[in-house]
Design a protein around this ligand. Structure first.
Ligand code: DGY
Length: 315
């Protein structure tokens, strides 16, 4: 009898079709909510989950036959890794394939927040634009400014590569130093987080969310940033104290471009009311080839474990 696999959302491409060759696949017609996921998980051997699906003790207790979770994301903060390990459930993720798409979006948010593109869009649509004025709608200069990258893995480095085209000075803060040849190729200098926050005109977050990075930027860290600096977050909302960020934006101390939020899809009304923040709906990886590649890796992780092969990216 083929093992049962639950694919908890419609995916891009045909990766699920290939899973059908080795498994009895239940393909959800929409992104499953918590109750729907819990109701379907019993008897499932392989789960393709999204970052919105909490894989925790409660879910695992309902799924004694679960052997593998193919997480359709590089971040695995939605998965209780210790609980999975304790039950022998393999977890796989999708690193590498979303690097360039996420770096593109980080740069889009940086440019948008700095040059007030979305704010200008709102102005034009409202009919209130009075025409070209030397002193109106002024933004921040990007060319030649200083970019601070927090977390210097694949995505942080891809952002640094883009920064070269804008002649940005690049600082980075990271647990470990990048190899000297990488630093040289990207023109990036490692500094402490404090120095980065004090010197950067733009700060872009690319650290994973875990116990050590939750609330990495709280009120004191945001206060350390330069007045008028731009904070870009395409990583995870909980890296930043959202209330402290709202206060810093409201005070005009900072400008921001955000793709991620503490409690998605809830975005605080106070944040939505502010003009000096660009709000994207967690679309860092949202281009077609990237999402297709993520689906392929997530499904391949599940298939590999069910067939007794080594999965491409075990966490
Ligand atoms: C991830 O893979 O962790 C991203 O947030 C998805 O866009």
């Amino acid at each position: 009898m083929k093992p049962r696999v639950l694919v908890a959302a419609p995916l891009v491409g045909d990766a699920v079709e290939r899973l059908r060759a080795i498994a009895e696949v239940e393909q959800a017609p929409h992104v499953l909510g918590r109750a729907e996921l819990l109701a379907r998980i019993e008897g499932v051997a392989g789960l393709v989950a999204l970052l919105v699906h909490r894989v925790d003790g409660q879910l695992l207790a309902r799924a004694p036959s679960l052997r593998v979770v193919g997480n359709h994301a590089v971040g695995v903060d939605n998965v209780d890794l210790a609980a999975c390990a304790a039950r022998g459930v393999v977890v796989t993720n999708t690193p590498g394939v979303l690097t360039e798409a996420t770096a593109d979006l980080a740069f889009a948010l940086l440019l948008d927040a700095a040059r007030r593109v979305t704010e200008g869009d709102r102005l034009v649509r409202s009919g209130a634009w009075r025409g070209w004025e030397p002193t109106a709608h002024l933004g921040r200069r990007v060319h030649g400014a200083t970019l601070g990258i927090v977390g210097f893995g694949r995505i942080g480095r891809a952002v640094a590569a883009r920064a070269r085209g804008f002649s940005l000075r690049v600082l980075y803060a990271s647990r470990s130093a990048a190899p000297p040849d990488v630093e040289a190729a990207l023109g990036a200098t490692r500094v402490s987080l404090d120095t980065l926050l004090a010197e950067a005109d733009f700060v872009s977050l690319h650290a994973p969310l875990d116990a050590s990075t939750r609330g990495l930027l709280g009120a004191p860290e945001l206060a350390r940033m330069r007045r008028g600096a731009v904070l870009v977050n395409t990583a995870r909302g909980a890296l930043v104290d959202e209330d402290a960020l709202v206060a810093a934006l409201r005070a005009g101390h900072l400008v921001a471009g955000l793709d991620v939020y503490r409690e998605e899809p809830a975005v605080p009304a106070a944040l939505r009311a502010l003009p000096n923040v660009v709000l994207a709906p967690h679309v860092g990886s949202a281009d077609v080839p990237t999402r297709a590649a993520m689906a392929t890796l997530a499904c391949e992780g599940v298939a590999a474990v069910l067939e007794g092969r080594a999965p491409p990216h075990p966490v």
